[in-house]
Design a binder for this molecule. Structure first.
Ligand code: IMP
Length: 177
């Protein structure tokens, strides 16, 4: 194992909590009478999803989906597959996808296309963070927590090679050299 990378706090747990509250209020307003299906994209969204749905005090259902993208290191190859699919039908449902971060946009656009083919009544996206500087394909984020700079971020569910998901803050990794 190499040396541990240096981490710097970008967003504190207090800032995240405030943003999640705001997102929950906006989602509540739009979905409280719709019995929506919230689909969390694994693994990175698990912490965000857990905090968000605790603030949504109306009937909803929860699902998870897991994608894989084959590529080298941090770079997405754009070849995306569903590796863990949905257990419930989404036809006619109001679906809200919950994502940790939109980076190049390749994964989420693949997922939106995949879900759209299953004919939900509506399909929207909620992302905790957005890194628009790296976008390769346009993505509409209906509910967004934070825009982040072009740095690799970890914590609050986000990982670097499966490490640092447990951090309560979102930190960025200092580039070497
Ligand atoms: P995209 O397909 O390039 O938009 O990448 C989306 C996925 O890549 C996210 O759901 C994350 O799992 C991962 N990802 C992209 N950027 C970061 C980052 O800065 N930190 C941790 N994971 C990231």
């Amino acid at each position: 194992m190499g040396s541990q990378p240096k981490l710097h706090i970008l967003l504190t747990s207090e800032q995240i909590e405030a943003a999640v509250k705001k997102l929950a209020a906006a989602i509540r307003k739009d979905y409280q009478d719709k019995h929506p299906l919230l689909i969390g994209v694994l693994k990175g969204s698990f912490m965000f999803m857990a905090d968000l749905i605790r603030l949504l005090d109306f009937p909803l259902e929860v699902e998870f989906i897991r994608l894989s993208s084959y590529g080298r290191g941090r770079e997405s190859s754009g070849k995306i597959k569903v590796v863990q699919g949905l257990r419930s039908p989404i036809k006619g449902r109001d679906v809200l996808v919950i994502e940790d971060i939109v980076d190049t946009g390749l994964s989420i656009s693949f997922l939106i296309d995949y879900l759209q083919k299953k004919k939900p009544a509506s399909l929207k996206l909620c992302a905790l963070t957005d890194k628009p500087s790296r976008r390769q394909i346009p993505v509409t984020i209906d509910y967004l927590g934070f825009t982040v700079p072009n740095k690799f971020v970890v914590g609050y569910g986000l990982d670097w090679d499966e490490k640092f998901r447990y951090l309560p803050d979102i930190c960025f990794i200092e580039e070497e050299g």
